[in-house]
Ligand binder design. Structure first.
Ligand code: PEP
Ligand code: MN
Length: 443
């Protein structure tokens, strides 16, 4: 790959980038960022890639989830612990139900940027830059807040490091001990209509674990869970500054997260985002929607995985429940023609967004589940397999998506509608979704 370098993206068209008023200040921040320690290691990245390769072969299932956008203010112990808990709980349900290893990947510790439909926003005759996420500017509608500030890149790296530090400490034992999953109960779990089902899963898993211990499986392993990070690799200067060479493996690694992904709006095969991602050794996700032609998809797969390396490409489709049956089968065919091994993942969130009469951006639990259920069927009917799911969720008791066991309605949305961007499943809806996936796969 002699025509690639960490900066070669700069001669390609880069969509969705911030315009900094002071280029010297940006360069100063990037120089400092380049000198700071990375957030993840190449060993972890290689381990994730191996596991994704196995999942693509039918052994393992990817659970990817977290906020649409993390804010710097979300870097709080409760918020992080609750998110980790819900992802662990969901993974328990999936492990027990699917009898498979579950690969846990958070949208966390770096999900600080958002693609926007317009570069500017106008209110009462005043036009300011759009809010692009805390890594770039602030949400308040003032010139000070909306002007991109390069110091936010350093702040974001620091927040990601604090978040990851806490996750690593929690995952190392105690909290994440698989023999004591009762530690992971969320406080409000007791009142959940699904509490009983979840307890049953926990009991059954506890029995399996005791059995494994009895037959001599290492208790160290059982006390620890692996947890990986991901975010949309949108801010290319930030990703470049964390793209490094390491002594132990050849090539370049984006050490900002284990699995960066390319969003739908920036997935042009000739664009800057694909250019940067094509040169790194990490597993890379790509969001796919119905607007992509077969030629486009073929070019993308060829560019991102010319060596046809297993575990390298994770294709995350997001069509909407009403369109998936029409859009997905031809895409599966196209990818099969390329001969590239990929892990197929369904994001049932982004194609099912709607706005209520009162102006709340929301998603219906039933629609999310319907798309997911169709995705399982379509992959199976095509002779392949859906190897993972991608959710926007939180471990907190928010009210942003409609439906679920508690039947959240439009009036209920007003109680705790918190998100700045896309609506997330709350802890109860997320757990229920994991149980629904298991029911679907057993039926
Ligand atoms: C997202 O995952 O938050 C997102 C913006 O996704 P997409 O690129 O699929 O629209
Ligand atoms: Mn989103």
């Amino acid at each position: 790959m002699n025509d690639w370098s960490p900066s070669s993206w700069q001669s390609h068209r880069a969509l969705q980038q911030a315009t900094y008023p002071d280029p010297a200040a940006l360069e100063a921040a990037l120089a400092e960022l380049r000198g700071l320690p990375p957030l993840v290691t190449s060993w972890e990245i290689q381990s994730l890639k191996r596991q994704l390769a196995e999942a693509a072969n039918g052994d393992g299932f990817l659970l990817q989830g977290g906020d649409c956008a993390e804010g710097f203010a979300d870097c709080q112990s409760d918020i992080i612990a609750n998110k980790l808990k819900i992802l662990l709980q969901m993974s328990l349900v999936l492990v027990e139900g699917l009898k498979q290893r579950v690969i846990r990947v958070g949208r966390i510790a770096g999900q600080y940027t958002k693609p926007r439909s317009a570069d500017t926003e106008t209110r009462n005759g005043i036009t300011l830059p759009s809010y692009r996420g805390d890594l770039i500017n602030g949400p308040d509608f003032t010139p000070e807040s909306r002007t991109p500030d390069p110091r936010r890149l350093l702040l974001g790296h620091g927040r990601a490091a604090l978040t990851l530090n806490f996750i690593r400490a929690l995952s190392e034992g105690g909290f994440a001990d698989l023999q004591h999953p009762e530690n992971w109960d969320l406080a409000f779990m007791a009142n959940s209509p699904r509490a009983r089902d979840y307890r049953k899963v926990v009991e059954s898993l506890g029995e399996s674990l005791r059995f494994m211990k009895a037959v001599g499986a290492g208790s160290g392993e059982l006390a620890r869970v692996q947890f990986f990070t991901s975010h949309e690799a949108l801010h290319l200067h930030y990703e470049q500054a964390l793209t490094r060479q390491v002594r132990q493996f050849p090539g370049w690694f984006d050490l900002s997260a284990h699995m960066p992904w390319i969003g739908l709006r920036t997935a042009d095969p000739d664009g800057a985002h694909v250019e940067l991602m094509r040169g790194i050794a990490n597993p890379v996700g790509v969001k796919l929607g119905g607007e992509l032609s077969p030629e486009w998809l073929e070019a993308l797969v060829e560019r991102l995985n010319p060596q046809r390396e297993p575990g390298r490409l994770v294709l995350i489709h997001r069509f909407g429940a009403d369109r998936i049956e029409h859009e997905l089968p031809p895409m599966i065919e196209t990818v099969r023609r390329t001969g590239s091994p990929v892990l197929w993942v369904c994001d049932p969130m982004h194609g099912n967004t709607e706005t209520t009469a009162k102006g709340y951006k929301t998603r219906r639990f039933e629609k999310i589940l319907e798309e997911l259920s169709l995705a399982f069927d379509i992959h199976r009917e095509s002779g392949g397999r859906l190897g993972g799911v991608h959710f926007e969720l939180t471990g907190d008791d928010v009210t942003e998506c409609l439906g679920g066991a508690r039947g959240l309605d439009e009036v209920g949305l007003e109680r705790a509608y918190v998100t700045q961007v896309d609506p997330r499943l709350n802890y109860e809806q997320a757990l229920e979704m994991a149980m629904a996936v298991v029911r679907k796969l057993r039926s």
